[in-house]
Design a binder for this molecule. Structure first.
Ligand code: GRF
Length: 193
């Protein structure tokens, strides 16, 4: 069967990308990472991509803090297309995606969020969960739309919240769940047409 050609976007340390690459290397995910793009020049995700031999590119983010100007989104779309990508994975990408990129990859952009959406969208969702006193937290893989963590949900993974949890311990437990869930969801993606 043909490999899924992935483009990965991330702003941070890239542990989800590592988990995806590890699943590919173990033969559990029939995919190849065609390009990794970051809005942060010294992001760990770019460093890891280079060490793993995946093409890595920094695209300067422009003047906004939480989104991109349309021309810059156009540059992302062009880079992804040139790399032959057919599916885009947000892995700790800290900006909102808007029309130019969404329209270039309709229903082909996924994100992972560290909460059981629709609960706790936005930043530091694990801290929001802790502050709310819930007994269960988790992560969600969802399609990306113009909203913040609002796209349709594909899969979730649950983890317990313990009395003694700190933001750090809960975040680590959620991230471990992410690293299993994201590759598993990607392994189930079929590109039609
Ligand atoms: C993850 O917790 C993910 O849920 C959120 O950003 C974080 C990225 O972490 N969207 P990493 O860069 O993959 O380690």
């Amino acid at each position: 069967m043909e490999k899924l050609k992935l483009g990965v976007l991330g702003s941070g340390k890239g542990s989800n990308f590592r988990a995806i690459q590890a699943a590919i290397d173990r033969g559990e995910l029939n995919a190849e990472v065609r390009i990794v793009i970051s809005d942060v020049e010294n992001a760990g995700i770019l460093e890891f991509a280079r060490s793993a031999g995946a093409p890595a590119r920094f695209i300067p983010p422009g003047k906004f803090k939480t989104k991109l100007e349309p021309e810059i989104e156009g540059a992302y779309a062009a880079a992804l297309r040139e790399a032959g990508v057919d599916f885009v994975v947000l892995a700790g990408y800290m900006r909102m995606i808007k029309a130019p990129l969404l329209e270039s990859f309709p229903h082909r952009i996924l994100n992972i969020h560290p909460s059981l959406l629709p609960a706790f969208p936005g930043l530091e969702a694990w801290r929001q969960a802790l502050d709310a006193g819930v007994s269960e937290a988790g992560c969600t893989v969802h399609y990306v739309d113009e909203g913040m963590d609002t796209g349709s949900i594909i899969a979730q993974s649950r983890v317990p919240v313990f009395h003694e949890d700190t933001a750090e311990t809960l975040h680590a437990r959620i991230q471990a769940a992410e690293h299993t869930l994201y590759p598993k969801v990607l392994a189930g993606i079929k590109i039609i047409g």
